[in-house]
Design a protein around this ligand. Structure first.
Ligand SMILES: Cc1cc2nc3c(=O)[nH]c(=O)nc-3n(C[C@H](O)[C@H](O)[C@H](O)COP(=O)(O)O)c2cc1C
Length: 333
């Protein structure tokens, strides 16, 4: 039976929103929390950009009280810079009045522009450096836990997630999220949950399983086959924040009633309003093409709506497209 996850003595629920660059912004975090996400993480934030005083980056690491519990995720590969960035983020968070639930280290991003600098999943090839990063960050984070999110290894020839998890635990990591693919596999369908199970057996800290959870049954399978303490959902939550309710209903043994198409569009409008409030009209309109269009996925006429959204150049137009579509869907009933 799944229950609570204890990280450095603090209790959290077990269904998490996995970090997604460009997606898990404050607006989406608020939406996911309202739908039952128990713990969330910011988009990945560049440690170098924080240390070198980039003006735009600190906002990515800012958490409001209503998004808690939420961790800030950093990417980078220099232990000193990672520690300095963590320190700066915590100083700023203290001034703002909301300390993050944890500082998480990205050891899984497979993007060429990240790994070419030795960051993200490139750290899977340098386990000693990865442990040094955790040690350096723990030394400055005090009571705030340091966690990490990793893959299984660089490729099928170098799967050493179990050894790496043990050494990160020894270095001070308070919890680990394991995306059960190698870097070489990117996001190709199919995961290797047996490695999550092996990590769970090898360490004493909480292990969050991640990969291909699109329905409650996928979460159930991940819990049952690996013994993981929690499950993190990424793509399955895009346009479908109800997945957290679906998984919680399953865990309680209760039925789950999915939202109607019109309700989905209503939530898309709400999400868009939050984005607009947070980022202003211009950015919200441009980002709505991805974030908001997801809500229409699989619905009749959704390709046409996505096409229209791509041409929208104002908030009024985005809202009109969605309202017209909602009316159309209601008339079909
Ligand atoms: C668009 C996108 C952006 C992502 N950005 C991040 C990120 O910033 N940090 C991170 O640790 N993982 C990131 N990931 C990986 C996800 O957190 C997750 O590990 C992966 O998608 C597998 O989970 P899923 O099958 O539930 O999608 C991203 C994935 C996607 C699809």
């Amino acid at each position: 039976m799944q229950g609570w996850i204890s990280i450095n003595g603090k209790r959290f629920g077990c269904i998490w929103l996995s970090p997604m660059a460009g997606m898990t912004d404050p607006a989406f975090r608020k939406i996911c929390k309202a739908h039952g996400a128990d713990y969330m993480t910011t988009e990945m934030v560049s440690a170098k950009a924080i240390c070198y005083g980039d003006k735009k980056t600190p906002v990515l690491a800012r958490i409001r009280p209503e998004e808690m519990p939420c961790a800030v995720q950093l990417f980078g590969s220099d232990p000193g810079i990672m520690a300095e960035a963590a320190e700066k983020i915590l100083e700023r968070a203290e001034k703002d009045g909301t300390l993050p639930a944890a500082i998480d280290v990205n050891m899984g991003c497979p993007m060429p522009k990240i790994v070419k600098n030795g960051d993200g999943s490139a750290l899977m090839r340098e386990p000693e450096k990865a442990a040094d990063i955790i040690r350096a960050m723990c030394a400055v984070c005090g009571k705030i836990p340091v966690t990490a999110k990793l893959r299984l290894g660089w490729d099928g020839e170098s799967i050493h997630v179990v050894e790496m998890a043990k050494s990160l635990e020894q270095a001070g990591a308070a919890a680990l999220c394991i995306h059960a693919r190698t870097r070489a596999e990117l996001y190709s369908p199919g995961i290797h949950p047996e490695y999550i199970g092996a990590v769970k057996k090898a360490v004493g800290i909480p292990i969050i399983g991640n990969g291909d959870v699109f329905h409650a049954a996928d979460a159930r399978r991940l819990f049952d086959t690996t013994g993981c303490d929690g499950v993190a959902v990424a793509r399955g939550a895009l346009g479908n924040p109800w997945i957290f309710e679906e998984i919680h209903a399953m865990l309680r043994g209760e039925p789950y009633l999915p939202p109607s198409p019109a309700e989905r569009i209503e939530e898309a409008l709400h999400h868009f309003a939050l984005m607009r409030e947070d980022k202003g009209e211009k950015v919200a309109v441009s980002e709505s093409r991805a974030a908001i269009a997801y809500y229409t996925k699989g619905m009749e006429g959704s390709a046409r709506i996505r096409g229209l959204m791509n041409t929208a150049d104002s908030a009024g137009r985005v809202i009109q497209i969605l309202r017209d579509y909602q009316k159309e869907l209601q008339e079909q009933i």
